[in-house]
Design a protein. Sequence first.
Length: 339
Amino acid sequence: CDQLKVFVPNSYMTGEKTQPVPNPIAYYMHRSPLWFHSFEVLTNHFIELIVPFFLFLGRRMCVIHGILQILFQVLLIVSGNLSFLNWLTIVPSIACFDDSNLAFFFSSRQGGVKDQVSKIQAKEAAGHKPPTHYGVVIRQVLNASFGVLIAYLSLPVIINLLSSKQMMNTSFNPLRIVNTYGAFGSITKERTEVIIQGTMSQDPNDPSALWEEYEFKCKPGDLKRRPCIITPYHYRLDWLMWFAAFQTYEQNEWLIHLAGRLLMNDSLVLSLIAHNPFQNQGAPRWVRGEHYRYKFSQPNGNHAADGKWWIRKRIGPYFPPVNLKGLKKYFKERDWPIQ
């Protein structure tokens, strides 16, 4: 299914191993037949490129749009830990349903919301409308003014959208009212992970040095740990580790800052970590980053029989071993506190 990633959201819908933090359902969806992934791609394009135009085709089609969009977002929620993004996307879809669609949520008792609305509608039907106040006129003028402003500010966004050199996550005005947003600017066909390790050894280059791994709260690490379920919660650090894995540590200086805080046994940073292998030993002398390629094990295969959800292969070092002494100058140049 890697060859079918022609539209980024599809990779999360199908449970691809390239999600930031896959959940257990993603493990099984990733192994679906090729025809099923092809169907998902077509469904994804239909819902995201065709269905939005249902909004302009009358009440019934608007309701269908709301139903399809909500079901689509629920499928994404079930198949991946995409934080609160899909939950927020459901909210505007609720506006597709009018009073008759949502009436069953409200009581029909006298004096209730439904009863009061019915009385107001009956008065309006009889021609008894409340007098127009200046406040209503002012609100209408403000609404129209804001509409014109947003339309004007959207022009460079639309031009960017049609450009062959489209920019993502970019603002086009100082107030940042209108901008281009994409949760993922790019995505890889293979999953790589940065594994943070520490050692108490005096010499990090000693072949007998014992390197122990820090375990994050949700991102893949321990091969036998089941993928987590956290939606709609968001582990920001775990997501950043995913982005860093297909870049370099020079592009992610915060990783060296993280390593330095781990060398100090910083309690705030350790609260973001699921397992500290040096909890009862004091701070490690050295910390390094190792680069691994991860992929899901095959259900009912040998690795799965051993309790492994993941298979990994070492790519090489991600960042070299560092200690506090060597990081002092690096931290001071950036005004980062260090012991």
